[in-house]
Design a protein around this ligand. Sequence first.
Ligand code: UDX
Length: 436
Amino acid sequence: MQGSARHIAVFGAGYIGLVTAACFASLGHHVTVRDIQPERIRLLQAGDVPIYEPGLGELLADNKELLTYTLDAGEAVRDAQIAYICVDTPPTASGDADLSRVWSVIESLRQAPHLAAVVVKSTVPVGTGARIRTALDQAGLHHVGYASNPEFTAEGRAVTDFFHPDRIVIGTDEAATARLLTALHNGIDGPVQAMDVASAEMVKLASNALLATKITFINEIATVCEATGADVTRVADAVGLDHRLGRHFLNAGLGYGGSCFPKDSRALRAMASNSGYSFQLLNAVIEVNDLQPRRAVQRLKTELGTLRDKRIALLGMTFKAGTDDMREAPSTVLASRLLAEGAALTCWDPMARPADTQPWNQAERRSTVTAALTDADAAIVVTEWPQLHDTEWAEARPLMRTPVLFDGRNLLDPEAMADAGYTLLSVGRATARPPR
Ligand code: UDX
């Protein structure tokens, strides 16, 4: 690898930036990571990993000689041949993506004497690459190539996804940049899809919107199942056997969350709206997803009569298992709604680090599932943590004030739970009740 080892600058030490940096370093490249948060850089320099992502800590430690961390953009680009932009692009009040962090990186590239290409991994509206190309040209950086290389990694499996992606999308309008980036991905087990910049930008938004639509579709089917007596898990299993449809992303639940689907679906909708087009399918997807956790609270309220002064345990807080990420987690909507109904909250999660603000500062955190169930009038399975599979539910039942569970992940077996003495509500399956 030494012969083709490159100097890479990675802007943004979040999930995507750190995984990109660690994986390229493990392929033998020199990587300088730049972030604007002093605490984050201090931790990384001290050998700590500021986020949880399986395999990331090991990769950073094993390749520490090839990795440098800095707050200084000039230092990051001093030797860089390729600059990766992995900064966040949060939505503004109008729903557009805030690209200010992207632009400040572009500004710093004037100080990069060896730069051959700048690559955007951050999710951006279609057309951003063309604007960046113009800005580079105006700054006299005609010789610096531009590419869009969207990431499709899912949290919790980002390192595996980097080395074994379904596809590597390289969007550039320049042949030399396409060659440079295709060579950079040598050794990564996935087909390269080369295309123009605008199409690459759209692939990311379209992929996430379609996955979000698939989840929403099955959540809608689940609601119809509840009304008609069908079982959504059986339906999804059989529907998913059709190879044209596939079983992935057909798990009904409390709605999608996380750092990508909610943000990207709203960004695509805003992008369409800005050109005068109402993306009606996406409007419906977003609305149904917003309703999903609210429906769960409503069903629990119907079951318990009232939620006022009831203690409800939230089992899981992160938006999915295998991550510490709480961004757009359905648990936060559930917690706020339950508090608004006058309930008291207990919560458990093995990894979550929620902000000490409403609603989490009003929830009592407990360290085990059984501790969280103690004295609860009902519990909601929010995240599909393996600990919930492993819980001795029959033994835990007497700890609860009333043994009512809402399985927001369809994780538990209704018959076994009913035999263990629980009333089990779930999403798109009949409510199971203990035998009389
Ligand atoms: C997603 C995409 O998978 C990834 O390609 C993109 O780059 C970023 O967004 P991530 O947000 O890490 O990744 O999580 P993912 O595993 O895709 O789940 C997203 C959300 O959908 C979670 O809240 C999950 O619980 C939910 N989900 C997923 C369902 O409710 N049902 C399903 O069948 C699948």
